[in-house]
Design a protein around this ligand. Structure first.
Ligand code: GAL
Length: 466
């Protein structure tokens, strides 16, 4: 375990009112100051000086905090552990259940505050920059420079892991959140084609309903409802507007008719659940779809691996297509691991791990098990299944077709993301909330968060508000 001493002095100056950081968001200050208090308590014994040890002498067990707890995710994590073992690194597992890392994010904060940071953690999207700003993460510049990461990473992947010109995380794989799964036997029997847009989706849903089949496998869990909503927004508008709404948090975008239309469709989708609003975990939703209890499902491509756990094969039992209206786009979530700095004895092992994770072989094998696609531009699409190939080739078209998933922390910082998810969920659960009212409330939230972020450290970074 690592006690985060690094940069405590620099951060303490902020808590004492350093004018250079004037205007920093209050939330961030609260966390920073809380961390400093924890660090200073822990600092009763001064940190050991950075004595460089040879890699051979380095302790080689690393604790990894992550949220891969379903059967298929477990296999992907086990593959990483096995490959690390070959490098004499022992993976100490700290898995926190909860889809989309809802629980893991909270546990991580608690552990860091208690001076008990893991050496490695799943940390994704703008939260990497937030933690980096606190000075707690290990810079991986040497590993990235020696391995020429900039030659093979997709530019938008590089932008995700580089903060203030330093490499702060290791990218593992890209998930496509706008993925539609359909039951092939059912579709063949009813002579249905996978819907290309939401009007076609409604027609297919009606046919399924007439045949006594639930059209859509969908949970009422907040993040899963919001995941459907972000798909609807993207279909209704495209990546440019999507970014205005979820990255820039523009209140004009919240009031726009396209947001209203996406909300209306979300309400229609609720109707296809036949009143069965069940707060099921995503693996349970996958199980229901695998058992033929619903004709379609919209979920990130990690569901493919979970479907395999149920014996369902892609292109035989189920088909994979882009979610309606989004074939040209890639709604992405990128899994990244960051390392906590502070215990210099662990550094050689942390760096060896970082080096290993981006190698072509590990990228190909891990992503085949996890359901995502490699973060490398030089990956071989011929080695991918049809669903992964479509994902990788679409993502490779560049930033104009890419939309960062709000739900999976790619678009905005954690407090605003949580508040948007809660608002969308409230609208979904309560049919009495008019569409215009939900739009007004989203607009008010956006104004609040933009106010808070004004002048916050990094607020001007182009990286952060892409
Ligand atoms: C995402 C993550 C995926 C998968 C999914 C479901 O945030 O990128 O790897 O775990 O959540 O929990």
């Amino acid at each position: 375990m690592i006690r985060p001493f690094v940069n405590v002095v620099r951060v303490s100056a902020d808590c004492l009112g350093n004018r250079r950081r004037r205007g920093a968001a209050r939330l961030r200050r609260a966390l920073v100051c809380g961390l400093v208090a924890a660090c200073q308590t822990a600092a009763a014994t001064p940190p050991a000086p950075p004595v460089p040890l040879s890699p051979e002498a380095a302790p080689a067990n690393l604790q990894v905090l992550h949220w891969w707890t379903s059967a298929s995710e477990r296999k992907a994590a086990d593959l990483l552990a096995a490959r690390l073992a070959e490098e004499r690194i022992q993976w100490q597992d700290a898995a926190i259940p909860g889809g989309a890392g809802i629980g893991a994010g909270k546990v991580l904060k608690g552990r860091v505050l208690a001076g008990d940071a893991p050496e490695v953690t799943q940390m994704i999207g703008p939260s990497i920059a937030e933690w980096a700003d606190l000075g707690l993460l290990l810079e991986l510049d040497n590993v990235a420079a020696a391995g020429n990461w900039n030659r093979f990473l997709f530019p938008s992947i590089e932008a995700l892991i580089v903060h203030r010109k330093h490499v702060m995380a290791v990218p593992l794989g890209i998930h496509r959140v706008n993925t539609l799964y359909y039951n092939r036997a059912l579709f063949a029997r009813l002579k249905l084609a996978p819907p290309q847009n939401w009007a076609e989706f409604e027609a297919v849903a009606n046919r399924l309903r007439q045949a006594g089949i639930l059209p859509l496998a969908q949970s009422s869990e907040a993040w899963q409802v919001a995941a459907l909503f972000e798909n609807l927004v993207l279909a209704e508008s495209g990546p440019a507007f999507y970014r205005e709404l979820f990255v820039q948090l523009s209140s004009a975008a919240a009031a726009d008719h396209r947001t209203g239309e996406a909300l209306r469709r979300l309400r229609t989708a609720k109707g296809w659940l036949h009143g069965r609003l069940e707060e099921r975990s995503w693996p349970e939703v996958v199980a229901a779809f695998a058992q033929g209890r619903a004709g379609m499902m919209i979920m990130g491509d990690w569901a493919k691996s979970e479907l395999a756990e149920h014996g369902a094969a892609l292109d035989r039992d189920y088909g994979c297509a882009a979610a309606p209206g989004t074939a040209a786009y890639h709604l992405y979530s990128v899994d990244t691991l960051a390392m906590f700095a502070g215990d210099y004895r662990r550094m050689p092992a942390q760096e060896r791990m970082a080096r290993l994770l981006v190698t072509p072989a590990l990228q190909a094998d891990f992503n085949a098990l996890k359901g995502g696609v490699p973060v490398r531009r030089d990956a071989d699409p011929a080695r991918m299944d049809s669903c992964a190939r479509a994902s990788w080739t679409t993502f490779a078209k560049g930033v104009a077709v890419q939309a960062p998933s709000l739900v999976h922390r790619m678009a905005t910082e954690e407090p605003s993301r949580d508040a948007i998810i809660a608002e969308v969920h409230r609208f979904f659960m309560d049919d009495r909330v008019p569409v215009a009212e939900a739009q007004r409330r989203l607009g008010a939230l956006f104004r609040l968060f933009n106010l808070k972020n004004q002048g916050a450290p990094g607020a001007q970074d182009t990286d952060r508000r892409r």
